[in-house]
Write a protein that binds this ligand. Structure first.
Ligand code: HEM
Length: 144
């Protein structure tokens, strides 16, 4: 019994976790990581006039920045604030108003690639996120 208690007291760092594995959200550093990633991404969007032209208000990207940040936090296992505010993501439907052709997809991906490189993420987490982004960006394509 004593042994068990000692193990419980020493084997854990931080609060109890819901499962044995930390989520990617936790592993990469939580909210701050996704804020930095999305900031680096949108800096590149601002420098690409074609991408920027797709946005409902290219002069104010703050709302778009916040939505993408909250979505990614939720997707990778963090707090579910995105869905509390926006409901089910339905990303394909939400992208329907914008012409996402293969050129736009590739520019979006190039901006995200640059952002990931800037943050210098551990290769395993970089690979997991990149696999998701390449798959999801193609899924968002609604034109040739
Ligand atoms: C990995 C792929 C992608 C993800 C995860 C993603 C995610 C998101 C999210 C979460 C939103 C906000 C949805 C809402 O709550 O209203 C959004 C909006 C938007 N996305 Fe994407 N997106 C992706 C790909 C793309 C691509 C390829 C384009 C075009 C090049 C694009 C252009 C836009 C635009 C113009 C908006 C509206 C901005 C706004 O929220 O005001 N997205 N995207």
């Amino acid at each position: 019994m004593r042994r068990t208690l000692v193990c419980m007291a020493t084997s854990r760092i931080g609060p109890p976790r819901p499962g044995p594995e930390p989520t990617l959200f936790e592993a990469v550093g939580g909210v701050g990581f996704f804020e930095r990633l999305v900031a680096a991404f949108y800096r590149r969007v601002e420098a690409d006039s074609l991408l920027l032209g797709l946005y409902p208000d290219p002069t104010d990207l703050d709302p778009a920045r916040e939505r993408l940040t909250l979505f990614l936090i939720q997707y990778w296992g963090g707090p579910t604030t995105y869905s509390e505010r926006r409901g089910h993501p339905r990303l394909r439907m939400r992208h329907a108003p914008f012409v996402v052709d293969s050129d736009a997809r590739d520019r979006w991906l190039a901006a995200m690639r640059g952002a990931l490189d800037e943050l210098d993420v551990h290769p395993a987490f970089d690979a997991a996120m990149w696999e998701y982004f390449t798959m999801a960006a193609e899924a968002m394509r609604n034109a040739d």
